[in-house]
Design a protein around this ligand. Sequence first.
Ligand SMILES: [Zn+2]
Length: 293
Amino acid sequence: MVEQFHTPSSKDVLPRPRLVRGRFAYSSTDDTSSNDSTMPLVTDDRLFDQCGIRVAFTEREGGVSKGCYSSLDLATHVNDDPGAVEENRRRLCAALDVGDDPLVVPRQVHGNHVVTFTSDRGIAFDEALNEAHEGADALVVSAPHVAAMLCFADCTPVILVAPGGMFAVVHAGWRGVVAHVVVNALNVLCRAASCSALSCNAYIGAHIRSECFEVGSEVVDRFRAEFGDAGIRDARHVEMGDALRADLMRHGVDNARIVELESCTHCSNDRFFSYRAQHGVCGRHAAIAIRSN
Ligand SMILES: [Zn+2]
């Protein structure tokens, strides 16, 4: 056996973030069916290969929901058929090999509260789960085998990953952006992982982009108060991705470790759910992460 010295474990330094869209197979519930199928997911395969952390952003394709929820609606609070949502979640978990690990989905309230999961079972897990169900827009997961999922239709999904494999999944609409929910999650994550923000990866998912995101002047004023000119396009339009990037960098994240999907949920309503494009009646796509070791 050859011992290796001075070689940091691959988890000590994360690979630079890189998001690529791929297709992931899920098995059918029907054993007689040979029509196993796939769903598109945007993920960082290099992060998974080197560190065992799977981060993923879903799209609309790959589920069984109908109409305005078609087809991979992952939210239980939007009046979709509960059986369809259950099957959609089952497919996503199958595609990501979640297995019997718990899938945690908080009640999102457009706030800045962060709930931390330090265990995949027991009293600590149950208490964190209750807290998440009371209302939270950011989950920090320090334990392996806990899948954390948040749901979106125009708001901005963010996943943060620390060296060692702890991660955060965050929901940031404009209220969450100006309330610094992402930086709150970053701070909790860095304390839990005993790391600096400089070594973390940040993944910003598809959201409604500024050209489609007309807001009142009071929203623009809030952005200016919190982020200066970052994110402000004009008197009625703001770009949440730019504001979040500025906020993350101000709090120590390396710009080279922030990746962002350029897609606009409103413009690409065929690929993503959009609250504005669908006049408030729609399903939800998701950001999800889980560590396997
Ligand atoms: Zn757009």
